[in-house]
Design a binder for this molecule. Structure first.
Ligand code: MLT
Ligand code: ZN
Length: 450
């Protein structure tokens, strides 16, 4: 059967870039966790901003829901279609502008992967401040839409903090261009900052002008095993004083066991007990001495330190391979939360019994970015559509003054719980913004709002 909207999109982007067959659409219809699926009306792959704008115009004219998608590495179902939504993939927006080596800035297309952005910056003597495990697939557009965080937020902030300028297509197909963007520019509302974290509900990001960071050639990584989370939090307090501190990640014995089993790694230490902290320092000069001095003030049970890349990568594997090891066990509930550090101990003590009460036999695996107060509570052993584990964890988080989304967003997964940590006034203000920018509710209608 012919679909007039599909024909119009094919005329805009070329027929090979409109995917209608189920096999061609499949990779765009399920999120990375495997928990969220949809069925797209079709997938459209524009090659430039004009084609994005014309596609948005066609969908608005047809009042057809449109789901912008980057690398589809999100973990809350925010980039998969509902039933019959059009998916607009930005992956062909691959432009890599020249690096401004004086300012330390670059303009790139929304479809550029984090890895390609980073390699491009490195080749010009600069680096990019955000890093995360899905670097090979996550795209700049998706990372802006979700305000992605990752492992270096404590030093560089999340994606929003890297954003100097933006180009984005609004729901009425007009293009906002705040390009190239300036480091200092207090001229009205911060639209790039608003679009960061808007989860594709306000505009389709097509390009961004990004802040870069100087390369830090010397790195040292330490894996510590501490007796308790309290000891780990005390360690964070000491480590924060280090000017070279780049990452402080946390994980627990059950996660290490899973990673070792799935990745075929030897356990890091003989005793699998307590709490693991992965600490990285980086600078222009070797930060090993600075880290060693800090470690003398910290009480830990075991440690391993590496300065060369292979050794550091071996230590990072215990942390970074959590996600794939968990997914290899089944479809997880991924509950990304943040807490005031003062409530973190109470949370970790209460979350396991709360989950056991909610879903007897559920297996929690916790890891995350401790210095940011951000834990990823992954739950195995519950059916994908069983909301009891989510409900138990989010209610506990809210009761302790935390957030139900630290860095993954709300997506489809958490909209039911938005009211736990956002007031009616706050949600009304967000809805008013949505209504003003997307009055027909075309852009990613299934996400964010309850
Ligand atoms: C991470 O910190 O590794 C990411 O947020 C991915 C995840 O939570 O699985
Ligand atoms: Zn994370």
């Amino acid at each position: 059967m012919t679909d007039p909207l599909r024909e119009r999109c094919a005329a805009i982007v070329g027929a090979p870039h409109v995917l209608s067959d189920p096999e061609d659409r499949a990779g765009y219809e399920t999120d990375w966790t495997g928990r969220f699926h949809g069925v797209a009306r079709f997938v459209v792959r524009p090659a430039n901003t004009d084609e994005v704008a014309a596609t948005v115009r066609a969908c608005t004219d047809a009042r057809a829901a449109l789901v912008p998608q980057g690398g589809n590495t999100g973990l809350v179902g925010g980039s998969v279609p509902g039933h019959g939504d059009v998916v607009l993939s930005v992956r062909r927006l691959q432009a890599l502008g020249p690096v401004d080596t004086v300012a330390g800035e670059v303009t790139v297309g929304a479809g550029v992967t984090l890895e390609d952005l980073r390699n491009h910056a490195l080749a010009a003597g600069w680096d990019f401040g955000v890093d995360l495990a899905s670097r090979g697939s996550a795209t700049v557009g998706g990372m802006i839409a979700t305000n992605a965080g990752g492992i270096r937020v404590l030093r560089h902030g999340p994606m929003r903090s890297q954003l100097l300028g933006i180009e984005a297509v609004l729901a009425d197909a007009r293009v906002i261009r705040r390009m190239p963007g300036l480091k200092k520019d207090n001229t009205g509302y911060d639209i790039p900052g608003l679009l960061a974290g808007s989860e594709g509900t306000l505009a389709v990001v097509t390009a961004a002008h990004l802040r870069l960071t100087p390369i830090k050639p010397s790195r040292v990584t330490a894996l510590l095993r501490l007796a308790t989370l309290r000891a780990a939090l005390r360690a964070v307090q000491s480590l924060r004083a280090l000017s070279s501190l780049d990452a402080v990640e946390v994980f627990f014995p059950e996660g290490v066991a899973l990673v070792c089993r799935h990745a075929g790694l030897e356990p890091p230490f003989a005793t699998p007990d307590g709490v693991y902290l992965l600490v990285e320092c980086a600078g222009q000069h070797d930060p090993t001495e600075e880290l060693a001095a800090a470690l003398e003030t910290i009480s830990f049970e075991d440690s391993a330190i590496a300065t060369e890349r292979p050794g550091r990568e071996r230590l990072w594997a215990y942390r970074e391979r959590h996600t794939e090891a968990i997914n290899a066990e089944g479809v997880p509930h991924k509950l990304d939360v943040s807490l005031p550090l003062a409530r973190m101990e109470e949370f970790t003590a209460r979350v396991r019994p709360a989950l056991e009460d909610a879903v007897p036999g559920a297996r929690p695996i916790l890891f995350g970015h401790l210095a940011d107060g951000n834990l990823h509570v992954n739950v195995l052993g519950a059916e994908p559509d069983d909301e009891r584990p989510d409900d138990a964890v989010f209610r506990l988080v809210a009761s302790l003054g935390g957030s139900i989304s630290a860095e993954h967003g709300i997506g489809r997964a958490k909209r039911r719980w938005l009211t736990l940590t956002r007031s009616p006034e706050d949600i009304a203000a967000m809805r008013a913004i949505k209504q003003a920018l997307d009055p027909h509710g075309i852009l990613n209608p299934g996400v964010l709002f309850p």
